[in-house]
Ligand binder design. Structure first.
Ligand code: GLN
Length: 490
């Protein structure tokens, strides 16, 4: 069962080959057995999950289920879930039990999915290795001395070790795609505004977007069908006609299912910065795409080289504003001792936030302050516009843009933890996509030294269905995504 696609699980549930309670219990047992080695889950509530599972069974017995009814799904601990501890990886929210559900959580509930648990993450989603979590790092199931990527590292490790069939993540600068790459998963960051941010703890509001982490493009399409949709409670949610993201995935006997597809290869993705072993796998994936009928064209995204610099002005600026709400007064962590209100604020924030979060708040406050705003924040916004324009131009020459997701395979725990700039460079290929608000997906494209590597596909706005199809055709011909780490089989 742990190797079944979501569609196959749904079939088994519908045919009553297995019940949702049995399936949920099976995953809860696996979590019990294997989570201590991974630290992927922050909270599990067996009673609550099993109650949802038995409600799903009742629905299935009436023949009423949908594609996710009764299927356990893990959620990144950034999503508020009613009655669940929702920590966002921070001490600041270590005592916060959410009184309401995020839009993403309600949509999964409405679809009959079972909430399996909340997954570990970098504190407030700031990081690329899951090492900034107050609850300790997550270990990569492919090699537990290495990072799973971040910030959705817990979700990625949980799916990779088969401690859940699928999970949710969020991506502000790469946090779905990079852990997908480092854990041999498929991870999709949708077009900004496609998935509601209501109840998703804000890091950088103009960049944050939720998306699925699954084993295949087909699974991600099923998940996105549930996650996407207009929500009037999020002012940046887009009111669009609902679409079926799996509509292009039908079985085909065509040997060249991607004939006519123009793949753009940005020169900036193929210069320096990527490790040779990852680059070699990316090059072979491109060769496979040519076999499937795609043509390739060289394109240029000249401003992309400035994306990390612009991001580390814009994201901290927004974070400093978003995180101002954590003041020790209304909810969250409060310092045990203080003399007056000012000391309450200062001590609660000093003790409640970790080093990386403080660094971002300081940078963000600085770039927004009088006298520096024009020099940093406005400049960064201008660069953001140039980056978006680069993509618009590029999509006149090609349909999808392809390159590496991450410049390296999973690195060792601790290897980059003391060097923020090295850590920030983990996202050189992913950040521009968030700055432009575009959709991007990472898919497994092979192994180097036993560690998985990811191929990134970037599409124009609202082309998720096509991206998923382009990913799916590759996965049918090159099933790297079916490989799993073997040490979690028992
Ligand atoms: N690694 C990037 C950062 O630290 C992106 C994180 C994310 O996408 N949430 O900001």
């Amino acid at each position: 069962m742990i190797e079944h696609s979501l569609q196959a699980i749904a079939r088994a549930l519908a045919n009553r080959e297995i019940s949702s309670v049995e399936l949920t219990q099976h995953y809860l047992d696996r979590i019990d057995r294997h989570n201590p080695r991974l630290n992927a889950y922050l909270s599990v509530d067996a009673a609550s999950s099993l109650a949802q599972a038995s409600a799903a069974d009742a629905q299935l017995a009436k023949g009423e289920g949908g594609p996710l009814t009764g299927i356990p799904i893990a959620h990144k601990d950034i999503f508020c879930a009613k009655g669940w501890l929702t920590t966002c990886g921070s001490r600041m929210l270590s005592n916060f039990v959410s009184p309401y559900d995020a839009a993403v959580i309600s949509r999964f509930k409405a679809a009959g999915a079972v909430m399996l648990g909340k997954t570990n993450m970098d504190e407030f989603a700031m990081g690329s290795s899951n090492e900034t979590s107050f609850y300790g790092p997550v270990n990569n199931p492919w090699d537990t001395s290495r990072v799973p990527g971040g910030s959705s590292g817990g979700s990625a490790a949980a799916v990779a070790a088969r401690l859940t069939p699928a999970a949710t993540g969020t991506d502000t600068g790469g946090s779905i795609r990079q852990p997908a790459a480092l854990c041999n998963l498929t991870g999709l960051k949708p077009t900004y505004g496609v998935v509601s941010r209501y109840g998703m703890i804000a890091f950088a509001s103009s960049l944050d977007q939720a998306g699925p982490l699954g084993r295949s493009a087909a699974d991600c399409a099923t998940l996105l069908n549930v996650m996407a949709g207009f929500d009037e409670r999020d002012s940046t949610s887009l009111d669009r006609t609902p679409e079926d993201y799996s509509r292009e995935l039908a079985v085909t006997t065509n040997a060249k299912p991607l004939a006519g597809l123009r793949i753009g290869l940005p020169e900036q993705f193929f210069g320096e910065g990527c490790s040779p072993e990852v680059m070699q796998l990316v090059e072979s994936a491109i060769t496979e795409y040519r076999k499937l009928g795609a043509e390739t064209v060289t394109i240029s995204l000249p401003s992309m080289t400035l994306s990390v610099a612009a991001y580390y002005v814009i994201a901290p600026a927004e974070a400093s504003s978003n995180l101002a709400r954590f003041d020790g007064v209304r909810y969250g962590y409060r310092a045990p001792e203080y003399q007056d209100l000012n000391e309450l604020y200062c001590r609660s924030r000093a003790q409640g936030f970790g080093a990386e979060v403080k660094r971002r708040i300081l940078i963000g406050t600085y770039v927004l302050s009088h006298g520096y705003y024009d020099a940093y924040y406005l400049q960064a916004q201008r660069i953001r516009r140039l980056i978006a324009n680069d993509f618009t131009r590029a999509f006149q020459q090609c349909d999808v843009i392809v390159g590496p997701t991450s410049p390296s395979t999973a690195f060792k725990l601790g290897e980059k933890a003391s060097d923020p700039v090295q850590m920030y460079l983990s996202d050189i290929y992913t950040i521009a996509v968030n700055l432009a608000g575009l959709p991007g997906i990472s898919i497994p494209c092979g192994f180097a030294g036993g560690l998985p590597a990811g191929l990134q596909l970037i599409g124009d706005y609202f082309t998720e269905a096509r991206l998923l199809n382009v990913a799916h055709r590759y996965q049918q011909a090159n099933p790297w995504h079916l490989q799993r780490p073997t040490s979690f089989d028992d």
